[in-house]
Structures are given as structure tokens and as C-alpha cells.
Unconditional design. Structure first.
Length: 468
């Protein structure tokens, strides 16, 4: 493809490929210089013939090299990638927010598949095509080249729908730049990623890029009306010409009236676009009720087939590692959940308290090289809401694991400090008695433990199976 076909540059040289990783560059490639000038020489040595660089880039390029200078190289590169790969599934749906993205994307994919559509979801669990097993991905939102390559493959395979998790990092770094989605959901905004965004205002603004720029003109935003920042999100959508649909206890189109716990899920009393209905879903917890409402809103608005949506939503199953019942021991239930933020941990504990006849046990840790401020908050929550608490390691990365646990323990007097996660899980399971519930929080579906810059195989699921 010619350079002038994928950029605003008039140069008609052929571009054989593109990347923002200089190690992947080959002869005739375009290189996106997104991390300073230090990789430009490497890309040149590997054969790059065109570059997208910041407008203040000081590198002295050879005269035969095409150089495109721009104030936002991330955005320009992503849009160039989109033009290069060109074809994507006709229906792109996105979900953003702190918690719930993975579950909602999974629910939407499940229902569309039950409706006879070819649908795939992308995000934390990887790519899931229809009812196939996930193809793992290292990031919730991969780099723009990977995203567009995957979307092009889905298009070539005949997929009509792609449901994508939109992380704050992926949005503000414009990894999703160049994609236009038709319906987008917003779940909630609670403490997470402040090591990167620094303030809640910056964090929210990153999320709002989805509704300002990525959601199509006349596209539909499905918003949680119960959250503190709802009005700001709603105004952003309306100012940018988007249709707004709301859900939650304060929702208009999808109003949650009441939740009733059941042995294997819950009953929801809701107002659905003005009419009262009851739904039984095989998922526990009010936060899962909210996730289901968001999924219903996205599906109804995108397909225009509300009765089919309501019929199939009652048959969904939880996403892997999301409030997942994985086993029993001595008459006690063991759940795995990805909860790694204060809000998520509180939600999962409160969700399972009504299902706990005796004692509720919680095991968790906090990741290293991430927002340290949430550690005492999560320790305090667990101390107040659980009966037994086990503090252990969870991806300490390059930080001192003992210090991470200490920061949690300082706010959690009842916590039991067990560094080795496998040993902590074994100890917690062996203490269970009939009527107890154990929550293993933080890692969910993950199969690796990051320690001192290395990744070691570790799975909460496997450790449970060893001990029941």
C-alpha cells in the first residue's frame, strides 16, 4: 500500500508493513516513533523507509526517508494503522470503566452467539471467538497494530461483531485510535491506575476519549446512572452528538428495582424501556446485576431485537475468574475473582455474604509497581467485611513483596500473613468448615506470577484443585 493512501503525506512509496517496535521493522516498513528518539536509528538500520514522529523530533533523518511530524504521534500512528489494515467487523462495541469490562464483553458475546451471530470479544481474557477457548493476550488493550491485525483476521473469518474492552491506558495512548465503535458502555469509576494517571480527573478524562472520539457520531452510550461522575459523562456524550441510554437504580431505560438472592444466582425486578419484567440470572451479587443491565442495554441498542436479548441473557455464565465457583471442601464453597481494586474487593465480599451460612474467608494481595495507595484501603475493607483474612503475594514485580504485604497488614489486624501464595491457598482451604465461603481475590484467570522481573507459572485454579 502506498504511503499517500494511509497518511496525509503525498509521497507514493510502497509501505510493506508498520510497527511501533523497532525490532519488528523490516525493509520498506513505516515506524511509529512513540517513545522518544532512541529507537529511530534501530528502525533505520532495520530498513524503515517512513517515520511518524513528534513535531519536535530532533533526529537528523537521511533525505530519502519520508518523515511525518505530528503533535500526537500515537493518534496519527493508530489512524495510519487503521487505514493500512482497512477492513474490520461491521459492528464494533466497546466497554470502559474500572470494573466489569471483562464480564460485560463476555456476556454480550455469549448472547450474540446464542442469537446466531458470529461474535468475538477481546480484552483481559484474550480473544474469544464464539464459544471457543480464549486466545491469550498480554494486555487488556494491545498495541494498535495488534488490535487492527486481529480485527482484520476476524473480518476475514466472517465475524460480524467485535466486543472490545477499552482500558484507560489504551484510550489515552490512542491504541484504539482509528477505530469507530457504534455502541459503548460505561460501568463505573473507582480507584485504580493512579500510579499512571495521577488524579481521578485524568483517569476519567482518559475514559471519556471513548465517548468524545471513538464512539461514532449518532452512536449510543449505555451509562451507569448510579455513579458519581454520571452527569459529566452524560454531558460529554450529549455535547458530542451521542445518544444516551441509562441503567441502574437511577436508570431510565433500564431501571433496577430490586435484587433477590437465589441459591444459584438472583432474581432481578427491572423496568425495561417502560415495562416491568422479572429476570433470573445464574450470577450472584448486585455488581453482576449491574453488569447484566449494561449488557442488555448494549445488545438491545445494537441489535434492535429486545425479546431475543431478554430470552438469552438468562442463560449466560460468568467469565473465567470473575466470581467463579471453582470447588468445594468440607461443605464450603471456594470462589475465584479478579478483584484487585478496593471497590471490586468490597463488591465481591458483599456479593457472597448472603450466600455464607457461617464464616467468610478472603485471600488477597496487591501488585507491585502499581498504585500503592490502595493497599491499606483494601486491607481495611477486608478486615471490616470478612471473618478471616489471608494476606499473600500477588505479582510483586520488582517491589519488595514483604513491604507490600506489610502495607496491607498495617490496616488489617485480623490478617494472617503468608508470603507464598500456594501455601496461603492451602492453609485457607484446610481451615474451611461446612457453611463457609472462601474468596481467592486478585489474580482471577491469570496463570503467571510476576516476581523480580520474571514470570513464573501460577494458577489459583490449579492450586484449588490440588487441595480439594
Amino acid at each position: 500500500m502506498k504511503l499517500c493512501q494511509i497518511t496525509n503525506c503525498s509521497d507514493d512509496r510502497e509501505i510493506c508493513g508498520l510497527s511501533a517496535d523497532s525490532r519488528e521493522i523490516k525493509k520498506g516498513f513505516l515506524f511509529g516513533s512513540l517513545n522518544g528518539d532512541q529507537y529511530i536509528k534501530s528502525a533505520l538500520d532495520n530498513g524503515a523507509s517512513a517515520f511518524i514522529v513528534p513535531e519536535d523530533c530532533s533526529f537528523d533523518f537521511p533525505k530519502h526517508i519520508a518523515v511525518i511530524r505530528t503533535p500526537n504521534p500515537n493518534k496519527e500512528f493508530a489512524q495510519t494503522v487503521a487505514r493500512y489494515y482497512e477492513y474490520i467487523p461491521p459492528h464494533i462495541l466497546m466497554i470502559t470503566g474500572t470494573n466489569g469490562k471483562t464480564s460485560i464483553a463476555d456476556f454480550v458475546r455469549q448472547v450474540l452467539t446464542m442469537m446466531g451471530e458470529k461474535a468475538a470479544s477481546t480484552g483481559t481474557l484474550g480473544i474469544i471467538k464464539g464459544n471457543e477457548d480464549p486466545i491469550p493476550s498480554p494486555n487488556t488493550t494491545p498495541n494498535s497494530v495488534t488490535i487492527h491485525r486481529e480485527l482484520r483476521e476476524l473480518y476475514n473469518e466472517g465475524f460480524k461483531y467485535a466486543i472490545m474492552e477499552a482500558s484507560s491506558h489504551g484510550l489515552c495512548q490512542y491504541r484504539l485510535g482509528g477505530i469507530r465503535c457504534h455502541t459503548a458502555g460505561f460501568t463505573n469509576l473507582t480507584r485504580d491506575h493512579l500510579d499512571y494517571h495521577k488524579t481521578f480527573e485524568n483517569y476519567l478524562d482518559a475514559k471519556l476519549i471513548l465517548f468524545r472520539e471513538t464512539l461514532c457520531e449518532n452512536g449510543t452510550a449505555v451509562l451507569n446512572a448510579d455513579i458519581e461522575c454520571f452527569e459529566k459523562i452524560r454531558q460529554t456524550c450529549l455535547e458530542n452528538g451521542k445518544k444516551v441510554i441509562t441503567y441502574g437504580y437511577n436508570g431510565k431505560e433500564l431501571r433496577l428495582l430490586k435484587t433477590t438472592p437465589l441459591p444459584h444466582g438472583q432474581k432481578l425486578d427491572i423496568e425495561f424501556y417502560g415495562r416491568s419484567i422479572e429476570l433470573e440470572i445464574p450470577l450472584s451479587g448486585e455488581f453482576q446485576a449491574m453488569n447484566v443491565l449494561c449488557a442488555i442495554g448494549i445488545l438491545t441498542e445494537e441489535t434492535g431485537r429486545p425479546e431475543e436479548v431478554l430470552k438469552h441473557i438468562t442463560k449466560i455464565h460468568g467469565a473465567k475468574g470473575r466470581l467463579e465457583l471453582v470447588g468445594q471442601k468440607n461443605g464450603a464453597a471456594i470462589y475465584i475473582d479478579y478483584a484487585h481494586t478496593p471497590d471490586a474487593l468490597e463488591n465481591v465480599i458483599r456479593a457472597l455474604r448472603p450466600h455464607t451460612a457461617r464464616h467468610l474467608h478472603v485471600l488477597f494481595g496487591c501488585g507491585g509497581d502499581r498504585d500503592a495507595g490502595k493497599r491499606p484501603i483494601m486491607g481495611k475493607l477486608a478486615n471490616e467485611l470478612a471473618d478471616f483474612v489471608y494476606i499473600t503475594d500477588d505479582n510483586p514485580r520488582t517491589e519488595n513483596a514483604t513491604e507490600i504485604r506489610k502495607q496491607i497488614m498495617n490496616a488489617c489486624p485480623k490478617g494472617i500473613d503468608i508470603a507464598n501464595r500456594a501455601e496461603a491457598i492451602k492453609t485457607a482451604i484446610n481451615r474451611l468448615k461446612t457453611g463457609d465461603v472462601l474468596i481467592l481475590a486478585g489474580k482471577g484467570h491469570e496463570t503467571g506470577q510476576y516476581v523480580n522481573g520474571k514470570i513464573y507459572h501460577f494458577s489459583d485454579h490449579e492450586e484449588v484443585l490440588k487441595n480439594i
